[in-house]
Design a protein around this ligand. Structure first.
Ligand code: SAM
Length: 192
């Protein structure tokens, strides 16, 4: 059964989606995943922090902002290693609570503290450096991984996905749910 999503895409998401299309960037989060991101972001506690690994052209960022917009004293850190993508993404006027970082997530995460919600959507921090991402989730925080289904990608990427999946399912700090819908989601809550 598909997850139903109410119609209507927020303006800032449309803007980022159109920018991604103009740039020929095809790896943005699709609307169903975006709504999951928005919904989880809306549950972030006052003073909470969100981390997106892999800004891309800012589509996922825009969904997260929508969820956080009514939050109190929240922060959204989004990391992108490709400077050109980072600067295109930042063409949208983001709220002051967004902190974009241009760099390799694997080099950056260790110095950023912990987060209530982590969306790991880049090779770095997921297919390698996954330990750092797990450590960045605060107790009672949530980690969301997408692109967990086999999609006929490069075998190295598939191998990395299998390894990350195996690692988190065996990690006693997390309880996990796998949702084999869309590109495949794994949602994990840190319980200790
Ligand atoms: C799947 S796209 C991100 C899509 C975006 N999160 C969204 O929801 O629309 C992955 C992005 O991660 C970036 N990336 C790859 N390795 C990275 C790394 N080590 N650190 C930060 N960004 C990285 C890529 O340049 C690419 O833009």
């Amino acid at each position: 059964m598909a997850i139903s999503a109410p119609a209507g895409i927020p303006e800032r998401v449309l803007e980022a989606t159109e920018r991604a299309a103009r740039a020929g960037f095809e790896n943005s989060s699709e609307p169903g995943i975006g709504r999951v991101l928005m919904t989880l972001a809306a549950a972030v506690r006052p003073g909470g922090r969100v981390l997106e690994i892999g800004t891309g052209l800012g589509v996922g960022t825009a969904w997260l902002i929508e969820g956080l917009a009514s939050g109190t004293d929240v922060q959204l850190v989004t990391i992108e290693s490709d400077p050109q993508r980072a600067s295109l993404a930042a063409e949208t006027a983001w709220p002051a609570f967004v902190r974009p970082i241009v760099g390799d997530a694997v080099m950056e995460i260790g110095g950023l503290g912990t987060f209530s919600l982590v969306f790991a959507d880049a090779e770095g921090g997921k297919l390698y450096g996954f330990d750092l991402t797990l450590a960045a989730v605060e107790p009672h925080g949530i980690l969301i991984l997408d692109d967990m289904r086999f999609q006929g990608r490069n075998p190295m990427i598939e191998e990395g996905v299998v390894k990350a999946r195996r690692q988190i399912l065996a990690d006693e700090r997390f309880v996990c749910a796998e949702v084999s819908w869309s590109c495949g989601l794994l949602i994990a809550t840190r319980v200790r």
